[in-house]
Write a protein that binds this ligand. Structure first.
Ligand SMILES: NC(=O)c1ccc[n+]([C@@H]2O[C@H](COP(=O)([O-])OP(=O)(O)OC[C@H]3O[C@@H](n4cnc5c(N)ncnc54)[C@H](OP(=O)(O)O)[C@@H]3O)[C@@H](O)[C@H]2O)c1
Length: 232
């Protein structure tokens, strides 16, 4: 286990989860709330309460722009007075051989997965307090890319590489980075591909198990979660 000596106290900490309406993001939100965190989620979809009024713990925003990322971070800090955890669980996937892939697809995947991640982490690091934790979810594909997934895999390898350098920069200001690389997980992401059709994957991990492993890593001061650190 790659870890530092500190442990993390979740009580009353403010957490922002990008992609918090997704399979992994919503499991992470549930885990963090159960540990006493104040959780704000963000995704493009507006969430409403039973009264049809907007969910006060959700921000509807498209994080494919630096201004949007900065505005979301500022909004959370203005409302809650702090920001202690940022998890980027937003992403899109595309399948298909590169010879049959459009440039629009390449742009959409990189804008969301890579640029969106960089925008969010940059905005967060500029404002987040000492002792905070930032989490990227690059995934197992960042360790070994696969035919038919070249664009998605490359967008995630860039995230892993970014997180590696970010970790060393952030350490200087007392902020911890975790790059998580879970194997295939049963969130339905593959069925929502922005292009192409998913191959038949063996059954993946349960989202709750992956979320719990990431939260344990935050709790225990870990700094890297390779694919081998996840199991059902
Ligand atoms: N599932 C897996 O097998 C697996 C394995 C390893 C790593 N990962 C990574 O884990 C992360 C979460 O995946 P998941 O499986 O939970 O996917 P998911 O269920 O499809 O969730 C994706 C989330 O991202 C949000 N999102 C997409 N584009 C956005 C944008 N432009 N701005 C703001 N939010 C946006 C979606 O909400 P809206 O559509 O409402 O915006 C949704 O909340 C992704 O980065 C994925 O690559 C997944």
């Amino acid at each position: 286990m790659n870890s530092t000596n500190n442990t993390f106290d979740f009580a009353q900490k403010v957490a922002l989860i990008a992609g918090g309406t997704g399979g992994l993001g919503s499991a992470l939100a549930t885990e963090l709330r159960s540990r006493g965190c104040i959780v704000v989620t963000v995704s493009r979809t507006q969430l409403t309460q039973s009264t049809q009024s907007p969910d006060p713990n959700h921000i509807a925003a498209d994080l494919r722009s630096p201004d949007s990322a900065t505005a979301v971070i500022d909004q959370v800090i203005a409302k809650h007075g702090a920001l202690n955890i940022v998890i980027n669980a937003m992403g899109v996937v595309a399948f298909g051989e590169i010879s049959a892939t459009s440039i629009d697809t390449v742009e959409e995947v990189f804008l969301t997965n890579t640029f969106g991640h960089i925008f969010l982490m940059q905005a967060a690091l500029r404002k987040i307090s000492q002792g905070s934790v930032l989490v990227g979810i690059s995934g197992i594909i960042a360790e070994q890319n696969l035919p038919g997934m070249s664009v998605y895999g490359a967008s995630k390898a860039a995230v892993r590489s970014f997180d590696e350098a970010l970790a060393r920069e952030a350490r200087k200001v007392g902020v911890r980075i975790i790059d998580a690389r879970p194997p295939h997980t049963e969130t339905g992401l593959a069925s929502r591909a922005v292009a192409g059709t998913a191959p038949k994957f063996p059954r993946g991990l349960e989202p709750v198990a992956v979320a719990q492993r990431i939260i344990t890593a935050i709790a225990n001061g870990e700094t890297d979660l390779p694919s081998t650190s996840f199991s059902n």
